[in-house]
Design a protein around this ligand. Sequence first.
Ligand SMILES: [Zn+2]
Length: 60
Amino acid sequence: MVFQVKCPFCGEPGSVEIEPADFEPGEYVLVQDCEVCCRPWTVRIQMDPNGATTVSADRD
Ligand SMILES: [Zn+2]
């Protein structure tokens, strides 16, 4: 499943691909480099017990 995010450094759109079924409900953090500017996003994944998934990219 691909989630669209906006790079917090260069502002270009990007995507994070994760499989929500692999995660228990909770919050997760991973690092992924921007494909445009190569700076590291801090990707926060929020898995709600109802199945909703929120993904955001931040500088830290
Ligand atoms: Zn970028």
